[in-house]
Design a protein around this ligand. Structure first.
Ligand code: ATP
Ligand code: MG
Length: 237
């Protein structure tokens, strides 16, 4: 089976810092793939490379077998790569509905109003459609970010710490939503420090440490991997 996304020997250098040093990993279709590791491991940098915000110093990214290095961000989103940001990047003066509508229009979907309504409903935000985004509590704001990313009808959705600032109930609801997205045929790549969420929903997990993939495997395999426990899990458990 060919992977939806292939990252091959990707390195990113910031001056003297190697944020990524030769990362190889795959994301399968119809799967939830976790990307975990300590602060500064390179997780957000890898997302930036995948969605085209940053060019790798060396290495390639392939979507459906096609090399996409050099393809601009907006084209990548039209090719099916959507993302959310670690720090919320909403239009804080626009309503919930308009935030999603703008995203749907930018993605040039055929019926942006219907798509916006559909995503807002999927995320359980219909009652708040007219609320100004800047007035939302963190939990709903995070969900709105996901709705915006979904408005481009992605095949691959990159979520950067979507549970950050959510309470236990909201985190559980997010887990259910991620399973639902998977059943709709959307591959999810999930960066998270909430290990209970990661271990519950992921099919496959890649662990980054200091810019290197130190382990890849199922949640069961990752939880018992001594190098992962040393580098990361020992500190967050
Ligand atoms: N624009 C930048 N300029 C210089 N260095 C950067 C830049 N962005 C990231 N870095 C460095 O690259 C490394 C990886 O950072 P990155 O933000 O990708 O880590 P992360 O795994 O997402 O961490 P966190 O869990 O804290 O979000 C860090 O050493 C960081 O300081
Ligand atoms: Mg990050």
């Amino acid at each position: 089976m060919t992977a939806l996304l292939e990252v091959r020997s990707v390195a990113v250098r910031f001056g003297g810092v190697m944020a990524l040093s030769g990362v190889d990993l795959d994301v399968q279709k119809d799967s939830i793939t976790g990307l975990i590791g300590p602060n500064g491991a390179g997780k957000t940098t890898l997302f930036n490379v995948i969605c085209g915000i940053r060019q790798p110093t060396t290495g390639v990214v392939l979507l459906d077998n096609e090399e996409i290095n050099g393809v601009p961000t907006q084209k990548r989103s039209a090719m099916g790569i959507g993302r959310t940001f670690q720090r919320l990047e909403l239009f804080t003066t626009l309503s919930v509905f308009d935030n999603v509508l703008v995203a749907a229009e930018l993605a040039r979907v055929s019926n942006p109003h219907a798509v916006a309504r559909e995503q807002i409903e999927l995320l359980g935000l219909t009652d708040r459609a007219d609320t100004i985004a800047g007035e939302l509590p963190t939990g709903s704001a995070r969900l709105l970010e996901v709705a915006r990313a979904l408005a481009g009808r992605p095949r691959l959705l990159l979520l950067d710490e979507p549970a950050s600032g959510l309470d236990d109930v909201e985190t559980q609801q997010l887990g259910v939503l991620l399973q639902q997205l998977k059943s709709l045929g959307i591959a999810v790549m999930l960066v998270e420090h909430d290990m209970s969420l990661i271990m519950k929903v992921c099919d496959q997990i890649h662990v980054l440490d200091l810019g290197n993939v130190i382990a890849s495997g199922t949640p069961e395999q990752i939880q018992h991997n001594p190098s992962v426990i040393d580098a990361y899990l020992g500190a967050v458990r």
